[in-house]
Every structure is written in C-alpha cells, then in structure tokens.
Design a protein around this ligand. Structure first.
Ligand SMILES: [Zn+2]
Length: 385
C-alpha cells in the first residue's frame, strides 16, 4: 500500500519514528502523550519540509497517511482547514505574520483530529517573531502540533530548541537518489546516474536535471568555464555568462509560478463577487502578491547563482581527486578528459585555493553582495591563482 512516507528517500530512521508517533496518536486517549513541537533539520535537498508535510498528512488522515484521500491531498497543498503550511518567500518571518498565524490556529481542529502547523523556514524567524511563537509552543493547545524545519538545530533559537523533539534528516546516498529517479520518475539508468551524482544527494535538483534538457545544457556551459579563464577579459565574460544562465534558470521557473498564482487569486476574487469594493480589494491583493513574487524572484536568482558556484567547486574538487589519482570518486565523471587536460597545466595547491575563493564568494553573496561584481572578482581570482 502506498504511503506519504514513500517519497522520503534514505530517511528510514525517521520514518519509523514518525509512523510510531502517528500510531500512538490514534491509540492513546491522552493527547498529552503526543510531542507537540518537532524540529526537522537536514541539508538542502534532504527533504526536511517534505518529511514534515508527510507527518502532517499522516496525523490527519484516517488511513495514517494514505496519500490519496481528500485529507492527504488537501493537507499537502495547504488547503486543509486543520493543516497550516507556512512558507516564506522573504528573508525573514515578521512578528506580525506570527501574531496573525497564532490567532488563526487558535481554534480547535474542525475535524476533531489534530491541528498541524508546518513552518518550512523556521530559521528565518526574527528574535521577536520567535519570542511571539515561544508562548504558543510552551502552552500548546492539546490538539495542536508544531513542525518546524531548519537547516541545523543552531538555526533555531535556544529557547524554542529546548522544547522540541529533534529529527535529523540525512543526505540520501547517490544510489538511493538513482532508485527514485528510475522507479518514480522513470528516468533512464544513465540519466539517473548522471543527475544523482552531480546533484550530490539533492533530490529536487536531481529530478530537475534529469527531466530538463535546458537545465542540463546550462550546467554544461558553467562546468566548462574553468577551462576558459585564459585572460582577464575572458574572466569578465565568464562571470557574465554565469550570472545570465543562473538568472535565466531562476526566471523560467518563477515566471510560470507567478502567472498561475495571479490567475488563482483573481479567480478567488471573481467567484460570485461583483461591485466596486471587491474590485479594489482584488487590485490591492494582486499588487501585494506581485511584491511578494518580486522578492521571491530575487531570492531564486541568488539561490541559482549559489547553485552554479557549488557546481563550479565540484570541477576543482574533481581536479584535486584526479591529481591524487582517485579518479573513481569523481562527481563529474563525464568531464574526465577535460579535467585531465586541466590538471596537466595547473599545480595542486592552486586548486585548493580556487575552491576557497569560490566558498568566499558564496559567503559574500549570502551577505547580500552584488552578484555580478562578486562573480567578476571571483573569476579574475580563479584566472590569476
Ligand atoms: Zn490519506
């Protein structure tokens, strides 16, 4: 029988705990036995929010997470009255948002089961929003369950951390990702092997690569940039290419999302509604949504540049491996010839320095440095050292 937990790749140790908690929540008459706050941590792509959403589905589904019933499906898309999925497009979750959320989730669950709140980016809580949340977590309603997601436990304020049960997700192995891609997404074994290897356990990225020709060809261009850094002019050109491709990738996925959201919003206002005040309300809501979409687009471009830089770092990582003769552990085994010709012209210690320069550039970007200038400085450095 299928279950919402099937898609959690390589997380068997967590699935057992979650299934146990779901089963106990059915048999126990005392809701005090339920853990009311959970924290899911794990590296990007390990599926921490998918795990939290699956748990939410299983808690409210009469089949303990069948994945096909109305409850399960509406919970996954945020349409279930007892399941609240908090997603953040901005850089922070503001205290007003938390206050508004708390008034919304204060009622008892409509279906008599659990009221579950999934917060996908709990690491983006500001100190004041975390404090506003703390009270709700300290004294949860007897039928309320909070599921917080963050990269690491250190991203959660200590006061909240001490009141949670912590579940740490693992980075799935390359083999586990290959299995999902071939079985669930029907990728060819060769494509699955390539996508799983180069995305290093990031399932979403692996699927995106395996199913998207233009993403693969953009990646190929980026992975060949280290071979073209012969002059400063070429370095500037390489920086521009990287920014252009990363922007293109981010925009193509956000534009279609944007249009769908606006359509949906207009539809929601249009249904059975007429009159001037409704039209004003709709226009205001559309404007608000467009603002949010713009900030999401900026974030997606930054994430996409970061992804491109991480890809680039794997080129130099592989060059170091090739220099030490460990060819079988290469991530980019499809570029073996290029990497071998690269190492014949560059000494080993420079390769380590280059990886360091890429990591510094990523850190600067994370602190909001201007993307193009940062990449230009990086490419010039890579050309020089
Ligand atoms: Zn179900």
């Amino acid at each position: 029988m299928s279950s919402v937990f099937d898609d959690l790749v390589g997380q068997e140790h967590i699935i057992d705990i979650l299934k146990g908690a779901v089963a106990a929540s059915r048999t126990s008459s005392d809701s005090q036995e339920m853990t009311h706050t959970w924290v899911f941590t794990g590296p990007p792509g390990s599926g921490r929010s998918s795990a939290a959403v699956a748990f939410a589905q299983a808690l409210i589904c009469t089949g303990q997470g069948c994945g096909v019933c109305n409850e399960c499906q509406s919970a996954a898309t945020g349409g279930h009255p007892d399941v609240e999925i908090v997603r953040t497009e901005g850089l922070f979750i503001k205290v007003e948002e938390i206050r508004e959320l708390l008034t919304r989730v204060a009622w008892v669950p409509s279906m008599g089961g659990w009221r579950v709140i999934v917060m996908e980016d709990a690491d983006r809580l500001t100190e004041s929003s975390a404090n506003a949340l703390l009270k709700a977590i300290e004294e949860p309603g007897t039928r309320t369950v909070w599921l917080l997601c963050a990269p690491t436990l250190h991203d959660i304020l200590p006061t909240i951390r001490s009141r949670c049960r912590h579940l740490q997700l693992r980075t799935p192995s390359v083999d586990a990702v290959i299995q999902v891609l071939t079985k669930r997404d029907r990728s060819s074994p060769k494509m699955a092997d390539f996508a799983a290897r180069v995305s290093q356990g990031h399932i979403g990225r692996a699927k995106y690569l395996a199913t998207n020709e233009s993403v693969r060809s953009n990646r190929k261009v980026i992975m060949h940039l280290p071979l073209q850094l012969g002059s400063l002019a070429a370095a500037f050109q390489a920086a521009q290419t990287l920014i252009d491709l990363a922007t293109e990738e981010a925009s193509s996925s956000s534009e279609s999302k944007d249009e769908k959201e606006i359509e949906k919003l207009k539809e929601a206002y249009g249904k059975g509604a007429t009159g001037r005040s409704i039209a004003t309300g709709a226009a205001k809501a559309v404007k608000e949504l467009e603002k949010e979409q713009k900030s999401r687009a900026t974030r997606m471009i930054r994430d996409s540049i970061d992804g491109a830089l991480l890809d680039l770092a794997t080129f130099y990582r592989d060059a170091m491996l090739a220099q030490s003769g460990a060819l079988e552990s290469m991530i980019n085994s499809d570029m073996r010839t290029e990497i071998e010709s690269y190492i014949s012209s560059f000494p080993a210690h420079n390769t380590a320095q280059k990886i360091g320069a890429i990591m510094d550039a990523r850190m600067n970007l994370a602190m909001n440095a201007a993307p193009l200038v940062t990449c230009e400085a990086l490419m010039c450095e890579l050309a020089r050292i």
